[in-house]
Design a protein. Sequence first.
Length: 430
Amino acid sequence: MKTPVGTLRTTAYLLLVPLIIATFAACGSGGSTGGNVSPSVRVSIASAPGFPAGTTFAPSTLLPGTAAAPANSPAFDNVFVTVTKLALIPSTGPESPDANGELETANSPAEEGRSGISGFVTATLDPPVVIDLLHLSGNNVATLLNTFSGVPAGEYSKIRVYYESVVGHSDSDGDTLFHPTAHYHFDVHFVGGNLVIPVTTDPQGGIRFYSVVINVVGLQYHQAGQSGNVLLRPQVFATVDNTSLTFLITGVADNVTIDGTFDILTLGGRTIPAAFSDGGTTWAYSDNVFQYSLMVFAREASLAVPAFKDRAEVSAIGVFDTNLRLQASHITFTFPDVRIANIFSTWSADNTYFRLNRPLPLDNVVYALPDKTNPLYTDFRVPPLELLNGYNLIVPNPDNTVKARGYNFTGSQGAGLQAFWISIDNNIVP
């Protein structure tokens, strides 16, 4: 089932996260934790139709979710930027974005990425992340860059984006390599308020979560002197997306009930009560919530809620109520059990299962849930592309590989998997 772009945008902003393996600080009954837990800051990038009201530039007239490719784009079909590192830069006074695009400059020796240099807080992207600046819509409407953990208290006014290569691609003319100087970067200024990390721990304790979005308005060329070298000059700004005291909790789901309550068993050994609501929680499936992953796909609540069961690996973002239960506004979860193999036989006569070519025949059955048509069918792209009517691709073929995600199950046909997410590819190497 196709997810609307508006829903996908909301989900992607707050759910495409490399989850922090967090030990949740002790929670008193509304009291202080007695210790400082440094916050987490997640950074993503998205398309925006213009600079917002309040800057000296043209105000936004469209929601970013409805925006096409950034305005003023160069004559390329794609502009691929390989980002290697980010830095949060402390505030040194009022600054504004450059309407004509941010100039790139070479690093000084003091800016080689160590936290603590001039107050910089850095996050290295390993491996680097490739972003297409001309296609930040649809599944890429909010492409994840990275998460900073342990951010010191202070006020930050800029994000510095480091990259190693920029390639402009034209379907008709091929590739153009922008000037290949190593360790180049550009700065992104916050508008509408800087990122402010408080000095003290929040009363509930735990990992305070901040969401930051780099908004791409457009791109311009910048030519370096007489050399003719083409440099990247993006028109960008950043915003802090949080409107409430928000926390990020990661662990394993337990005691999931039909009324929307569940527990999160954190890797630090604590049990955190949590809850979701049918209309107020947005959902996504992830290939791995415990590690950095771009294999994330938004899912409608009507399909995600029945797929959320005990043992799912879960990341929940939300606020604590007066009973210290996390009211989750966004949930990403990973299915605990996986099968990867070639397809051995197509759909059964009752259209409920198919078989894989597994070494052990007792675990080769894949039961499609909630029915044949409504598992999430995707390919193996990053991020994944939804395969509408993907069930038609379940045919025996030695080159047709399936990765099915779900829960181990023993049914009338033997041991198998209740699959809620099925990826199909004919070139994947398990």
